[in-house]
Design a protein around this ligand. Sequence first.
Ligand code: SAH
Ligand code: SF4
Ligand code: F3S
Length: 442
Amino acid sequence: MAKRYFIKTFGCQMNINDSEKMAGLLEGMGYEKAKSPEEADVIIVNTCSVRAKPDNKAYSFIGNLKRIKKKRPETVVAVAGCVPQKERDQILRFGHVDLVFGTFNFVKLPKLLERVREEGKVVEILHSKIPEEERIPLIESPLENPYVAYVTVQRGCNRFCTYCIVPFTRGRERSVKPELVLEEVKRLAEKGVKEVHLLGQNVDFYSYGGTDLADLLYMVSEVPGIERVRFTTSHPAGFNEKIARAIKEIDKVCPYVHLPPQSGSNRILERMNRGYTREEYIEKVKMLKELVPEVALSGDFIVGFPGETEKDFEDTLSLVEECVFDQGFVFEYSPRPFTKAATFSDDVPKEVKNRRLTELQNLIKCQAEERNRERVGKVEEVLIEGFSPKGTELYGRTKDNKPVAVEGGEELIGKTVKVEITESSPFFLKGKPVFEEVKVGG
Ligand code: SAH
Ligand code: SF4
Ligand code: F3S
């Protein structure tokens, strides 16, 4: 019987994409996907360290694997991703972990597994400077979603926001050669993928030998079979008019931008080392909405950053009021090791952080609800990705990334369908396909 693998992924889309590639490597070695960790010969925990919460979740998941290892000592337990990149020693305290590697060397997984067989415990954390394209060849990976796929185009971050651990876990910014991006997108299109998400920690800073993100969007959109192109995450200091124009001019580039402001207070933005002011953020959103009026705006926010006063928080609320968001992810500030902000006093009490979180979430929810309500009665193009978890309706997304439950059957899966929106809620739409009448003789 073939050996089986199980991968548990925490964290961002980049981690999800890395896990997909690891799955591809394992399948290339003849492994099959296991339904649960209990059934697996290799268990990989791909970890995230961005806030204390995912970090703790990863640790408790790893802790729970002890039981499995006890029952089946031949199972290889591996820990990968951002947590070991910053604190390998803490992971090594778990006696049942056989393999520890970071974000720079998952491509060596087959070799690392071989070494575990030969040597027992293996730890390999690299801080690489080798260009991405030489290190990460194209890996055929199994597609969780046969129509929508991630393509990592840029890794790492040079910006060192004072709260953020990512520059320490993912290293300096590197962009993938455009030819390689195109090759990967072509292969995905040949497999039937219709929509690609170009991923980068700060994707607007994509730069390779004179090719920038806007150029890349033009190139990727030309790939036959690709109907939609998205990109994430944008950075307010990197997002520019050329990118906004690419969204406007290229029909396939989706009008959805995830542009995290983090705060609306200039004082806090400066303490965060974000590299832009509130006014500059608002100006960019204005420019974007003028060029692409149908654009959906999404953002991340941190509440309770050290020193955040009620006035600072109100500035965040008023920025949200000015910009109007379709989606927002609000996080309570969480001090992270190695970061500059970890040396600031974490002085906003938990209950204040919590109240601000709820207040900001509610404001964004109202805006999203209002924006979605305006959709009712309109006809939208929805790419149907499959059945909803309940299995009773189809599930898809509009061009601007709104999830839609659609009435209909299997035959619509994988197709872009015109859907009349019949119901709305803050973060979800419902609709039914409209089949255009065929005029006879006419
Ligand atoms: N590169 C992206 C975001 C990467 S991390 C950017 O610059 O916008 C994803 C989100 O996690 C961030 O946007 C931020 O809102 C949140 N985050 C990062 N570090 C955090 C911390 N220490 N506490 C709380 N939230 C944090
Ligand atoms: Fe973190 Fe800032 Fe880099 Fe984003 S830009 S990954 S928040 S350091
Ligand atoms: Fe988390 Fe690492 Fe992504 S810290 S958010 S998995 S870059």
